[in-house]
Design a protein around this ligand. Structure first.
Ligand SMILES: Cc1ncc(COP(=O)(O)O)c(C=O)c1O
Length: 436
């Protein structure tokens, strides 16, 4: 009886992420709901500029004040409640890993699946929890039945891990991998959809589309591409590494067939957490990438046989969802878009500064590329870090050459003032040198 009670108590630790006893509820709920009440008359776009509200959110993170981190597109930090949840589960796991992980922590996966499904607007049986977008998308790239001669259409601006996977499939299985190339920014969805459409042949089986292009943040018209593709009998796989937890959408609204994402980007879930989604009727035909003695099982859980992995990280996702919902999805999207436009508008008219991203809301959010004539991305990235303690990332990829800047909800406008004045100073120095 005592053992049973002990077991139930331990198992309750897991489900508590979604109950009144969650860390989020205990630490933030009251203060945040008071802060939200104050701005409830504002639209999300108006609320994006209410600094008092966002100060409350910023305080929930533990980022180092000595470094202005503007590479949240790479990976985002978790707020303290998420870190504490992981630490707590980790302590528990280390009290006896095989017992606490496989018998106790494992109990938390189904509640987590349901919660992720709610967030995604999907059925729980369409969601598999894994470690990142690379794993989610590679699972589908290698798992969707494709035969020699079948064609896949992607772009040169997709993520390298996926490009590599298709190249490997071409070598190994004889598929034909075609890559479009776009000159971003593009403020015309029809142009993008037409480029994919023109590349379709009777052998095309799959289109791979990146929802938000990681290099420069272009938002791709996934739904329009999917509708066009389906009319031609072609399936669509969407790389949602950057969009999930940033843009306020439900996955089925994209009309794609398959979707993979990293939860450690804009959802701020623990580093090393991801998710895949596919239409229920597709599960049966897709081969799992690892294990799978019943490869054509229609159960989405066949994609979760990953061997021993970090259950504490997985369970920490729960508090990240609470945190995200506490802010409000649309409010968060608008705030991060506002922050991007805030600094970009300050530098866009400097003569030797170029932006590589549209500032129109339908085409971008969070990520914006910038370059200074006469400087390589690596030089600009190094100068921002060395002289101003601003961390960005230099991008040189195919036809793209810029520094990528990505704020998050914890970024303060005054950090972006520093960025804008740093860019102005650097651009001034480069210009002065050039005119000597
Ligand atoms: C568009 C895109 N897809 C996939 C990935 C891979 O993400 P992860 O490293 O979390 O697997 C990234 C990483 O930045 C990305 O930008």
């Amino acid at each position: 009886m005592t053992n049973r009670r002990h077991f139930i108590k331990q198992a309750a630790v897991l489900t508590s992420a979604f109950s009144a006893a969650s860390l989020f509820n205990r630490v933030h709920a009251e203060e945040w709901s008071n802060a939200a009440k104050r701005i409830q008359h504002l639209t999300p776009a108006q609320a994006a500029q209410d600094e008092d509200f966002w100060t409350v959110i910023q305080q929930a993170y533990t980022v180092n004040p000595d470094l202005i981190n503007l590479n949240n597109g790479g990976v985002s930090p978790s707020p303290l409640v998420v870190q504490q949840a992981v630490a707590r589960y980790n302590d528990l796991a280390n009290e006896g890993p095989s017992y606490y992980m496989w018998r106790i922590l494992d109990q938390g996966r189904e509640p987590l699946r349901r919660k992720l499904a709610d967030l995604a607007g999907a059925l729980p049986d369409e969601i598999a929890v894994n470690r990142n977008s690379t794993e989610a998308l590679n699972t589908m790239i290698y798992g969707i039945p494709l035969a020699a001669g079948d064609e896949v259409i992607g772009t040169k601006q997709d993520y390298p891990h996926m490009i590599q996977a298709y190249n490997k499939l071409a070598i190994r299985n004889g598929i034909v991998y075609k890559q479009l190339s776009f000159e971003f920014p593009i403020e015309d969805d029809a142009q993008i959809v037409k480029a994919y459409e023109d590349a379709i042949t009777p052998k095309t089986k799959l289109i791979h589309v990146t929802h938000m292009i990681n290099w420069v943040g272009q938002i791709m018209p996934v739904r329009k591409i999917a509708d066009m593709a389906h009319a031609r009998g072609v399936e669509v796989l969407c790389d949602g590494a950057h969009s999930f937890g940033l843009l306020d959408f439900k996955i089925p609204d994209l009309h794609c067939d398959y979707f993979g994402t990293s939860l450690h980007k804009f959802l701020s879930a623990p580093i090393g957490s991801g998710m895949l989604w596919m239409k229920k009727e597709k599960i049966e035909k897709v081969w799992p990438m690892v294990c799978g003695d019943k490869p054509h099982d229609p159960d989405i859980r066949k994609f979760e046989d990953l061997g021993t992995r970090s259950f504490p990280i997985e369970q920490g996702i729960g508090e990240a969802i609470n945190f995200h919902e506490g802010i409000g999805a649309k409010r968060k999207e608008e705030r991060i878009r506002y922050l991007k436009n805030y600094w970009a508008n300050k530098v866009k008219d400097i003569p030797n500064v170029k932006l590589h991203t549209s500032l129109r809301p339908e085409f971008s959010c969070a990520i914006c590329g910038v370059s200074i004539d006469g400087m390589t991305p690596a030089e600009l990235d190094n100068t921002l870090l060395g002289d101003y303690r601003i961390h960005t990332v230099g991008i040189v990829w195919e036809n793209i050459s810029c520094v990528r800047v990505t704020p998050h909800v914890y970024t303060r406008p005054k950090d972006l003032d520093l960025l804008a004045s740093a860019i102005e100073q650097i651009a001034g120095k480069v210009k002065a040198k050039g005119t000597k």
